[in-house]
Design a protein around this ligand. Structure first.
Ligand code: MN
Length: 715
């Protein structure tokens, strides 16, 4: 295990500005927090965070990352809390440790193999700071290195599979080739020990038999380059067991026929030298067609750059050669980490300028330089995940949604039936409003009720097309039903008022004459206000048409119904669909009301004394007698508006709201319309059951000493 001073010295060797004191405190804190905990192999648990910090230091990461490595398991596995970390190490470190903790919790959620791609995206999306992901990867690397003593085979295989499917591809995506290789090989050894064992044995054998074969090829390549005036380092490197295995599988050939198990690398000073070296190699040895790749002019998505070629090289061996500069080489090994170290050294940016944002920016930079259709596709996917949020069902299934999505979107994503019947949601075990926006990693449980239907109000907050189209379809069908019902009532009323009974045959006749589709079509048109009731009456009974002297048809004047006459009940009509309450007079149950048919919008309800009604004096055919219906009263919220004047002194406003609350009124809106040194004048909207409820509140307010005047407001 690395000692405290060794770690600090290592970090200081490449980052002289690192906070030594903070590193020391983190080391001690972690040691004390983990106390007597032990790992599977009997080592003190504390050795794990120290090794993780060591891996991060090996990647030359900044001091904050190392501190995070030391503390990464303290919140999840010890009594330490995030508050404590914040207090002792500052909110910056707190955020990083919290980020790693969240990723660790995700691991526990479920078996991820079904949706590996989504999990990779989730991890990337949740690692708002790329250092969070790097610490998590180092954590996983050390866990893989120490996997063998874990007693449960099942657990080992699970961890190995997860490494193969989630972590190795993540490491690759951010360009950390060396980390990816090691993760893959460790996982491979666990998942397929026989294949791994035979490849390792075979490599050992070749190494023993070939003796100085690799050294010989290295020397010859080096000589060939030198003769041509190109200076560079040549090194041979055995391929990793897992990449050999993959190649055997892909090409379906046994190990013996694989040929090139050693790859050679030529590292030169600059880009022109890369192409020069390539020319020399191709000039000296025949090239194997179909293997040349230029990742310098077209870097890989993760930023990797190199020239790849295969030649029949020294001793007629098929020889794989990679040519790159020193910078490209470091980058190939350490990915974003190397990128950061390089940038840090050039002095162009203020080292204190939001380091964590720079990381992300640079990652995005790299992604932007992607080229080629495949990489472009990858890139687009990456852009997409930033706008996504990933949540779990109680069973652990992952649901990917656009960011801003709510529980209703989630419910519809699970199943349209679940969406249609959802009535509530538990997010991470707590009941929340359906409109609550979901966050990455949330566990969402949808509460459904049989026979429940979508609410039209959901449309204002859902973000997925699927949810929206289902809700719209439902609302449209509901609306049509409501228009049909409303239209029938309006027509019945008109017929009765003119001494007729409405029968199916007459309605049919009227529909035909007015050129609408069927009786229901006629009712819907009436309800929606596209056909007037008088026009329908005249179409059904053409004999009542009167003509003036010039022969022009004069429409029947509308007889106003007697006060106790036949009125259309607002039965089963949901406010906001076929019926709207006018906000000029805010009619309340218990008040006399009248409906005005508005073309394309159905009926708007006004109080009988509303000033606005004058506007409709000239169009009597738009008036409908309506009445409150008991059934609607329970369901709808009605808004009563008051103008209240209270004394401008402490507690007066509080007294006013207390009175309203005591009388079960819910204030939905409150606006100061006037203020002076002595008085406040408010416009107050309260949700009430009916007019009696509102009058009760007004009376109670008048009795309160801090209220000077209160009036029901109509504007
Ligand atoms: Mn750990």
């Amino acid at each position: 295990m690395m000692r405290q001073y060794e770690l600090v010295e290592l970090v200081r060797s490449y980052d002289p500005g690192a906070d030594e004191d903070c590193l020391n405190r983190a080391y001690v804190f972690s040691m004390q927090a983990h106390g007597g905990q032990k790992r599977a192999n009997g080592d003190p648990y504390f050795s794990h965070p120290v090794e993780v910090a060591g891996i991060l230091a090996g990647m030359k990461l900044d001091g904050d990352s190392i501190v995070t490595g030391l503390l990464h398991d303290t919140i999840e596995d010890t009594v330490a809390t995030l508050d404590e970390i914040d207090r002792l190490f500052g909110p910056k470190i707190g955020r990083l440790v919290d980020g790693v903790t969240k990723l660790s919790r995700l691991e526990l959620q479920s078996d991820h193999s079904q949706q590996a791609e989504n999990f990779r995206k989730l991890f990337l999306a949740m690692s708002e700071d790329i250092r969070v992901l790097l610490v998590k990867l180092a954590d996983r690397l050390h866990n893989m290195r120490t996997l063998a003593p874990v007693p449960s085979v099942e657990k080992r295989r699970h961890v190995a599979r997860e490494t193969m499917e989630i972590y190795a591809p993540l490491a690759e995506r951010i360009g950390m080739q060396r980390l990816k290789d090691e993760l893959e090989d460790l996982a491979f050894a666990e998942l397929n020990p026989e294949a791994h064992g035979s490849i390792v044995a075979r490599l050992d054998f070749l190494r023993a038999e070939g003796g100085d074969l690799v050294a010989g090829i290295e020397a010859e390549l080096h000589g060939t380059l030198e003769k041509a005036g190109v200076s560079g380092e040549v090194s041979g490197r055995e391929k990793r067991p897992y990449s050999i295995w993959r190649k055997m599988e892909r090409k379906n050939v046994p190990f013996e026929q694989l040929g090139d198990v050693v790859a050679f690398r030529i590292v030169v000073d600059d880009v022109p030298a890369c192409y020069q070296a390539l020319g020399v190699v191709h000039g000296a040895y025949p090239m194997v067609p179909g293997h040349f790749k230029d990742y310098i002019s077209t870097p890989k998505l993760n930023g990797y750059q190199s020239l790849h070629t295969v030649v029949y090289g020294p001793r007629q061996q098929r020889t794989e050669i990679q040519i790159r500069t020193g910078g490209m080489h470091d980058y190939a090994e350490f990915g974003v980490a190397a990128h950061w170290v390089y940038k840090q050294g050039d002095g162009s940016a203020d080292p204190h300028e939001g380091r964590q944002y720079r990381w992300v920016r640079e990652l995005l930079d790299i992604l932007e330089h992607a080229a080629g259709p495949e990489e472009f596709l990858e890139h687009t996917k990456l852009e997409m995940f930033q706008d996504q949020v990933f949540c779990f069902t109680p069973r652990g299934d992952l649901i990917a949604l656009p960011s801003g999505a709510t529980s209703v979107d989630f419910a519809y994503a699970v199943h349209s039936q679940v969406g249609d019947t959802c009535v509530g949601t538990k997010i991470n075990g707590r009941l929340q409003p359906l409109r609550t926006q979901l966050r990455n990693g949330d566990q969402v449980e949808i509460v459904t009720a049989k026979g429940h239907t979508p609410s039209p109000t959901w449309e204002s907050f859902v973000v997925t097309g699927r949810a929206r189209s289902r809700i719209r379809r439902y609302v449209r069908s509901q609306q049509r039903e409501q228009y049909v019902g409303l239209g029938r009532s309006i027509l019945e009323q008109t017929f009765v008022q003119h001494g007729f009974a409405l029968d199916a045959a007459t309605a049919e006749k009227a529909a035909r004459a007015l050129n609408v589709k069927g009786v229901d079509g006629l009712y819907a048109a009436l309800g929606e206000g596209n056909v007037t009731a008088l026009a329908a009456l005249e179409a059904g009974h053409p004999e009542i048409k009167r003509r003036d002297a010039g022969g022009t048809v004069v429409p029947l004047a509308r007889r106003r119904a007697k006060p106790d006459g036949y009125a259309v009940p607002i039965r089963g009509l949901i406010a906001g669909m076929a019926v709207h309450y006018a906000d000029c007079c805010n009619p309340l149950p218990g008040e006399r009301i009248v409906g005005i048919v508005t073309t394309g919008k159905g009926v708007t309800i006004h109080t009988i004394d509303c000033d606005l009604l004058q506007t409709f004096e000239e169009t009597p055919e738009r008036w409908v007698d309506v009445a409150w219906d008991a059934e609607t009263l329970d369901r709808d919220v009605h808004v009563g508006r008051m103008s209240v004047i209270v004394a401008n002194r402490p507690g007066a406003l509080g007294a006013m709201t207390t009175v309203i609350a005591k009388h079960s009124g819910n204030i939905s809106n409150l606006k100061i319309t006037n203020r002076s040194s002595q008085f406040f004048e408010f416009m107050v909207d309260v949700e009430v059951r009916d007019v009696k409820h509102l009058t009760g509140i007004i009376a109670a307010l008048r009795a309160d000493p801090s209220v000077s005047a209160v009036e029901r407001a109509r504007d």
